[in-house]
Design a protein around this ligand. Structure first.
Ligand code: FAD
Ligand code: PYC
Length: 416
């Protein structure tokens, strides 16, 4: 171990931010790529990585109008789980969860993935019936999922108010032990570094302001840095997806809403699972730094502002204090918002479009972080083969014509 004198320590404390190596290149955009991915969030970066790694397509640009991971990826509350109701959704999210389980090793990047378990509380008989149905469906899909009674919930989370005197007494919960949390920006950085190493160009501060098509075929994107031609363009722009679709005259069945969250001052470790309640309507976990990470439902109006209204935050704080009176005097440090793109059936769109060579991955609404590896994995396959991956097929745009919607509002965890 290197020894420092008092002066050496002082010198290094001042200088250690200098001469850091770039983790990824900052390339000049080429005039042509095989694939341009619009959106440098977790899903876009994961798509680039799997296209390069699994399909040998490396002439790729990820075009990001801000900085990598600066959209919903860095604004979300990082809950990861796969306990969705319908087979199609459960299998997609479970595919993602299995990838999460080996991802830090695969990317050689500490994602702080913590399988601390996720509780979804039930407060009414109907909640408990829904929980039982979903847990049974999960188990048929090989997903770890259990029904807990009040005593078992209390044992897991001693600071939760499980008394009968509350407005909405806790009657039980679903429990997914393999669920948990991860460090959101590390996910973006891990995929970015790995994609860069495989030759992918990551173009930050590059905004797509238009798209060109010729005879129904995509030919490239107009950006604030000039035109970039491409054989294929894949839009992974979350809350801005309708804006991108409008550029080529497509209408997607999406609404964009603000979704807010907040963190408290850091506390000593006190909560070692994730607790969600649809009924009282709030969810909470504790980060490794000690902050309580708290959120609830969307702001009901439409908008593209990355902020929301105070009344939603007040409602959320009240819900958390109702469940955890012990937190009534904890101070909130920060609040923020993202823009979530919600679909009528609370499921994503992973799809080809009527324009040849143009693909969309969007509509993840309030719940796409957990899907990041799985989404990128199946979307890369869809783009490479120009044919949906079997797990992505049910999430094609066709379902809004055929009516084969997959209603996951109950499992979404966050009202929208
Ligand atoms: P983003 O990370 O938003 O990336 C899209 C990127 O596209 C952005 O970086 C944006 O700048 C870029 N872009 C947009 N337009 C253009 C353009 N014209 N040109 C170039 N670039 C463009 N999900 C969970 O599973 N668990 C949770 O606990 C959870 N909590 C959440 C809490 C909050 C407050 C919010 C807002 C969301 C939450 N989500 C959660 C949802 C989750 O964050 C998203 O579904 C997921 O991060 C979407 O990832 P993405 O990569 O598709 O989008
Ligand atoms: O999808 O589990 C979820 C979630 C929790 C908070 C926001 N989304």
């Amino acid at each position: 171990m290197q020894q420092y004198s008092g002066f050496g320590l002082f010198k290094h404390s001042l200088s250690h931010h200098e001469n850091w190596q770039r983790v990824w290149r900052n390339p000049i955009p080429k005039s042509h790529y095989d694939v341009v991915i619009v959106g440098g969030g977790g899903h876009g970066l994961a798509t680039a990585y799997y296209l390069a790694k699994n399909h040998g397509i490396t002439n790729i640009a990820v075009v990001e109008k801000g900085y990598l991971g600066g959209g919903n990826t860095a604004r979300n509350t990082t809950i990861v789980r796969s306990n969705y109701l319908w087979d199609e959704a459960a299998q997609l999210y479970e595919h993602a969860l299995k990838l999460w389980e080996g991802l830090a090793q695969e990317l050689n990047y500490n994602l702080m993935f913590s399988q601390r378990g996720v509780l979804n509380l039930g407060h009414t008989l109907q909640d408990m019936r829904d929980i039982e149905r979903r847990v049974n469906a999960n188990r048929l899909n090989g997903i770890d999922s259990e029904v807990l009674n009040t005593e078992q919930v209390q044992q897991l989370v001693p600071i939760l108010d499980c008394s009968k005197n509350t407005r909405y007494p806790i009657l039980g919960a679903s429990w997914q032990p393999r669920g948990g949390t991860a460090r959101h920006d590390a996910v973006a950085w891990g995929y970015a570094r790995a994609a860069n190493a495989l030759g992918v160009d990551l173009l930050q501060q590059t905004e797509v302001i238009g798209m060109r098509t010729q005879d129904g075929v995509i030919s490239g994107v107009e950006t604030n840095r000039g035109f970039i031609s491409a054989n294929k363009v894949a839009c992974v722009t979350a809350g801005n997806s309708s804006v991108l679709a409008n550029m080529v005259g497509l209408q997607l069945p999406l609404e964009s809403h603000p979704l807010q969250a907040m963190v408290s001052e850091p506390l000593k470790p006190i909560l070692d699972t994730v607790v969600m309640s649809n009924h009282v309507h709030g969810y909470i976990s504790q980060s490794d730094k000690g902050d309580l990470v708290i959120g609830a439902g969307i702001d009901s109006y439409l908008g593209y502002g990355q902020r929301g209204s105070l009344n939603v935050l007040e409602h959320t704080a009240a819900a958390i204090i109702e469940m955890f009176p012990i937190f009534s005097r904890v101070r909130i440090n920060r609040t923020w918002g993202g823009i979530v793109d919600t679909c009528p059936d609370a499921c994503p769109i992973i799809s080809k479009t009527p324009i040849k060579g143009l693909y969309f991955n969007c509509g993840w609404g309030t719940g796409g972080f957990k899907a990041t590896p799985g989404s990128g994995h199946v979307f890369a396959h869809t783009i490479a083969h120009d044919n949906p991956h079997p797990l992505a097929k049910p999430f094609s745009l066709d379902r809004f014509i055929s009516g084969q919607l997959i209603d996951e509002h109950g499992a979404a965890g966050v009202a929208h």
